[in-house]
Design a protein around this ligand. Structure first.
Ligand code: HEM
Length: 443
């Protein structure tokens, strides 16, 4: 039975709770159906475990922003908590350890050049390898999935480990494969009730970390961390921590690019309009820089629309209440799992000029200037909001601009109608597709 004044929801069955209400392939459609029936806040039972779903800007902001601390916990009783022992930053519960780790991650990203030219240079250097890869497949049809994953993985690896990997490196291929597989399993209905997920990638990534960090580097890092006698760091934590950043920085950016380029190929008019703006702004310059975005309102609008339609992390990372609280007039007890349904916000009726389909106009005002509506929330909101947002935005801009400047991306004639239905997981991925690449005439 639902506690008093708990958000409404469908009838529960013994043992299963509401699992029978969710499809294994794509529970997002079921969540939308339930939202239409019960409203922007409703509850479900995953087995015997209660969970509250928050939909739409208003409910999500009230919880994650206005009642920030009350909603800043993470559930600690899912299978993924056992496989990772909740080490690292993404799954750490709200408290001093999470605060220290988050601060450390932000500081490290800044020290390694985020917001400065050095990070841009790292991204542009990686793009030379991506461009070379694309040049070798001119005229052919290739699946771009591995390429985008490798590029994103190498950019974050440069920050974490000070090195990049050849696109054919076996270890890297295996790790990226594990990331994509786990991303598909980790928030399915069964994983939500602790039944299934693959611990392999954690294991592999920790071994990988041990393998590539030299003894001297390790001593140096641990020296830095242990200077503070109250520090919560340990070597174990550090390797899980690097796994967190590697995973979070790879599967997200690359799936956004994969979806974005699918829409750019199948909307050649939008692609050409971006290229015209890029050519004009970059005329006489050999490469783009992040500052150029201020002179490219249309490209900015397209990249934001790519993120909106990609809906890359549709259910955010699950939250947990840290004390008894209220939202939208309902009572939520301490320790309840809360899912911010970002998907519902990114296509919320009334928040967007065009909630459905690919329309960069969602981010342009009548004067053609770039504007960002309040409902643009792909990185979530509040204290647990994505800490890699700055890096992700820089990557999306520099990668899109550099590749569109040099290449034309074509939907192959024999590929049939594009299928935009995503494959469900922690991150949404487009179904595998092929792209044809041509060098643009100006190059
Ligand atoms: C397009 C790219 C990206 C998207 C859409 C994205 C989205 C998200 C979302 C929705 C969350 C959950 C926030 C919440 O719990 O409310 C998150 C958390 C997180 N992201 Fe990202 N992310 C992206 C790229 C990155 C990158 C490049 C990094 C690495 C530097 C990163 C690191 C993290 C970390 C460490 C967390 C956990 C923060 C915490 O629990 O305090 N993300 N991200």
């Amino acid at each position: 039975r639902r506690p008093k004044n708990f958000p409404p929801g469908p009838i529960t069955l013994p043992l299963l709770g509401n699992l029978h209400n969710l499809s294994l392939d794509n529970p997002l459609q079921d969540f939308e159906r339930l939202r239409l029936k019960y409203g922007n806040i409703y509850s479900l039972y995953l087995g015997s475990k209660p969970m509250v779903m928050l939909c739409g800007v208003q409910a999500i902001k009230e919880a994650l922003v206005n009642k920030a601390v009350e909603f800043a916990g993470r559930p600690q009783d899912m299978y993924v908590n056992i496989t990772t022992e909740s080490k690292g930053v993404i799954l750490a519960d709200y408290g001093p350890r999470w605060k220290e780790h988050r601060r450390f991650a932000l500081m490290t990203l800044r020290n390694f050049g985020l917001g400065k030219q050095s990070m841009e240079e790292r991204i542009l250097a990686e793009l030379q390898h991506t461009s070379a890869d694309l040049e070798s497949s001119i005229g052919k049809c290739d699946n771009p999935q591995v390429m985008f994953h490798n590029a994103s993985s190498n950019i974050i690896c440069q920050v974490l480990f000070g090195m990049r990997f050849d696109y054919n490196d076996w270890t890297m291929k295996e790790i990226v494969r594990c990331f994509t597989e786990n991303a598909k399993l980790a928030n399915g209905p069964w994983a939500m009730v602790m039944l299934h997920t693959v611990p392999f990638s954690c294991c592999l990534s920790c071994k990988f970390f041990d393998h590539i960090i030299s003894a001297d580097q390790r001593k140096y890092i641990m020296g830095l961390l242990y200077n503070d006698p109250d520090s919560t760091f340990s070597e174990d934590l550090l390797s899980m921590y690097s796994l967190d950043l590697h995973f979070a920085g790879t599967d997200t950016t690359s799936n956004t690019l994969l979806t974005g380029f699918l829409y750019l190929m199948t909307n050649p008019d939008i692609q050409e309009r971006c290229q015209a703006e890029i050519d004009r702004v970059l005329e006489g310059k050999d490469k783009a820089c992040f500052e150029d975005r201020h002179n490219m309102p249309y490209v900015q609008a397209v990249i934001h629309e790519m993120q909106r339609i990609a809906n890359t992390v549709p259910l955010s990372v699950f939250h947990n209440t840290t004390k008894d609280t209220e939202v939208m007039g309902y009572t939520i007890p301490k320790g309840t799992m809360v899912i911010p349904n970002l998907s519902s916000v990114l296509s919320e009726e009334g928040q967007w000029k065009f909630p459905r389909g690919f329309h960069p106009e969602n981010f342009l005002n009548d004067q053609g200037e770039f504007v960002k509506p309040e409902a643009f929330m792909p990185f979530s909101a509040g204290p647990r909001m994505c800490l890699g947002e700055g890096l992700a935005r820089m990557e999306l801009f520099l990668i899109t601009v550099t590749l569109l400047r040099k290449f034309k991306f074509i939907w192959p004639e024999d590929a049939g109608e594009p299928d935009y239905t995503p494959v469900y997981g922690v991150t949404l991925t487009p179904k595998p597709y092929f792209m044809k690449v041509q060098l643009r005439e100006m190059h």
